[in-house]
Design a protein around this ligand. Structure first.
Ligand code: GLU
Length: 485
């Protein structure tokens, strides 16, 4: 028997900051490949242009490199199955959509967005699950030709047959989906871009992926993928769906309850080895002995981690535990190593120079540097209500406004003008004066009513850390307010 050439991949979408979930799935794929002499591929799934964020791809590369999860093939390093960025493969998807149209397993759908919306509303009103009504499933060749000649835009949908699909999940065993619950999924959008489902399956096949190891949220997409493999007449990969990381309350991990950006962990001074170790604890892939000891290296994970050990109860992402573990790693450093760790993060030349530039015109002795800038170096500031609460506002309306500020900051360009515009626009819409608005933000970010210029400070402090600070402020104040009641 010839040895199988194992090939696995992660396929993040560049829609924002790199997510801890990507690192978690990345780690498991990385280990799986390294343990079997296989290849670990990084593919960028950037076909959803509405959610595309141009800076995201580089942030994904940086975060994975920081963690030491190096890939064998990818957009930046190339490889025999490239390109590895889906936006550069649109012709391939078009050709594959043609194959399905020709063999009758897909069809053109000419329904307009308005028609689809009306049908969806009618289904909702009738308490039916929203699903494509099948209007264009059996159009005559003449009608199709007429629509095409008239230049009517269309999507391509898969023709899900009656019956059911069964596939094997390597952790769960057989899973069956009745097709009454499987929609005639759009494969090609009217803008000529494929949807996730088509691009993902075509690429996994062409890139010769043997094992699809991904998060459990994709299980419900898998029957569609399995059908697509069958429609093309292709051999299927093995499927492994990993449990989702969870907040303390067991809900799916979310930025409201935990920092989820890897940029945050890096900037807040977590060590990559500690983060990897912590992720390796999630779900319990290590044998009992190491798992109980809790502390292990990437090398030890390559030796002992077994994806088959992963248990399906959602692993809780416990930040307190991660901090404890990180502390253990800090203490294990030599004095020199510890100093180096500080100098490469929170005391790096780049960071210090940027901060220094904000203080030169504002201090009288160098000794005052710390008074003005301490908030850049602490994990937390806790402004009292006298500091953050605008005179004419109640705590309730202030906290409601902070929640809106968070949303505005999440969506804005992280530049001084981007932040300023977003906050001002919000203030105008909610009738908060610029003064109230900015003073509140200043208090939350710097802990004080006096600080170096706010927007510049926020840019330097970084989006991930600033947002974490504002979210934690809101959380703490909400708790305090509810306890008072
Ligand atoms: N692009 C998907 C994501 O962002 C990939 C899911 C998969 O691995 O199939 O997670």
């Amino acid at each position: 028997m010839t040895q199988e050439n194992i090939r696995v991949r992660i396929a993040p979408s560049p829609t924002g900051d790199p997510h801890v979930g990507t690192a978690y799935i990345g780690l498991i794929n990385f280990l799986y490949a390294r343990q079997r002499g296989g290849k670990f591929v990084l593919r960028i799934e950037d076909t959803d242009r509405t959610r595309f964020v141009s800076t995201s791809e580089d942030m994904i590369f940086d975060a994975l490199k920081w963690l030491g999860l190096s890939w064998d093939e990818g957009p930046d390093v190339g490889g025999p199955f490239g390109p590895y960025r889906q936006s550069e493969r649109t012709e391939i998807y078009r050709e594959h959509a043609e194959i399905l149209l020709a063999n009758g397993t897909a069809y053109r759908c000419f329904c307009t967005p308005e028609e689809l919306e009306a049908s969806r509303k009618a289904q909702m009103a009738a308490k039916q699950p929203p699903k494509y009504a099948g209007t264009c499933r059996n159009l005559s060749p003449e009608t199709i030709a007429d629509h095409l000649a008239a230049g009517k835009p269309f999507t391509v949908r898969m023709k899900v047959p009656d019956g059911s699909t069964t596939f094997r999940d390597e952790l769960r065993g057989e899973i069956t989906f009745d097709h009454t619950n499987v929609d005639d999924q759009v494969l090609m959008k009217s803008d000529g871009f494929p949807t996730y489902h088509l691009a993902n399956v075509v690429d996994d096949h062409l890139m010769q992926i043997t094992d699809v190891i991904r998060a459990e949220e994709w299980i419900s997409s898998t029957p569609k993928h399995v059908l697509l493999y069958d429609f093309f007449g292709w051999q299927k990969p093995r499927f492994w769906h990993m449990p989702l990381l969870r907040n303390q309350d067991k809900s799916k991990i979310s930025k409201r309850k935990n920092p989820v950006s890897l940029v945050y962990y890096r900037q807040a001074g977590f060590l990559p080895d500690a983060v990897l170790n912590f992720l390796g604890l999630m779900g319990g892939g290590m044998p009992q002995e190491q798992f109980a000891a809790e502390k292990f290296s990437l090398e030890e994970m390559i030796q002992h981690f077994d994806v088959k050990n992963i248990s399906l109860g959602g692993p809780v992402f416990d930040l307190t535990k991660l901090k404890w573990l990180n502390g253990e790693y800090l203490r294990a450093l030599s004095a020199e190593g510890f100093y180096e760790a500080l100098r490469s993060t929170i005391l790096s030349d780049t960071y210090l120079k940027e901060i220094a530039a904000l203080t030169q015109t504002r201090i009288e002795t160098l000794g005052q540097f710390g008074n003005l800038t301490h908030f850049f170096f602490t994990d937390e500031v806790s402004p009292a209500p006298e500091v953050f609460l605008p005179k004419k506002r109640t705590i309730e309306e202030t906290l409601a406004f902070v929640a809106e500020q968070i949303t505005a900051l999440e969506g804005c360009d992280w530049t001084t003008s981007g932040i300023e515009a977003a906050l001002k626009q919000l203030g105008e819409a909610q009738s908060w004066s610029v003064k109230e608005n900015f003073m509140l933000m200043r208090a939350i970010v710097t802990g004080s009513t006096m600080s170096p210029p706010l927007m510049e400070s926020m840019v330097i402090f970084g989006k991930a850390r600033t947002l974490d600070r504002v979210r934690r402020f809101l959380d703490a104040q909400k708790k305090a307010a509810s306890q008072k009641k």
